[in-house]
Design a protein around this ligand. Structure first.
Ligand SMILES: [Zn+2]
Ligand SMILES: [Zn+2]
Length: 132
């Protein structure tokens, strides 16, 4: 094929919430002009589908740590929650109560719900309601 001109411009793809970049290509083959839309490979592909641009980090807590580091205001950070931080696209993310989880962590979340040995006890109730 003899491509005489190739013009590209990027824009947001309207079909997937803006995660994809789209390239409009105008190619002239002889005397005929084609307009084609080509989805280019994302710069930071989602770690799960590998197709769409990653726009989120997984918020799932995978550990409990302590650090002597300080935050940007010079305050000691101390204890903090380590999060999974997998890079994911909006479609692979599982949204729970305002948090975004990757598919792997959502499996863990389901396991916690299923396997956690939650036991009954009066202490918390009595503390909350001021009974003795
Ligand atoms: Zn994805
Ligand atoms: Zn995760």
């Amino acid at each position: 094929m003899n491509i005489l001109t190739l013009l590209t411009d990027t824009g947001l793809c309207p079909t997937n919430g803006g995660a994809h970049r789209m390239v409009k290509q105008r190619a002239l083959y002889g005397r005929v002009t084609f307009m084609t839309d080509i989805i280019v490979l994302p710069k930071y592909p989602c770690s799960f589908c590998k197709k769409r641009e990653a726009t989120l980090f997984c918020d799932f807590v995978i550990g409990y740590s302590w650090t002597t580091a300080k935050d940007e205001k010079g305050r000691m950070i101390g204890s903090y929650h380590e999060t999974c931080d997998n890079q994911i696209c909006g479609e692979c993310a599982i949204k729970v109560s305002g948090y975004d989880f990757c598919p792997s962590c959502d499996e863990l979340r389901k396991l916690v719900k299923e396997k956690h040995d939650k036991r009954n006890g009066r202490l918390m109730i009595d503390l909350l309601f001021g009974r003795e």
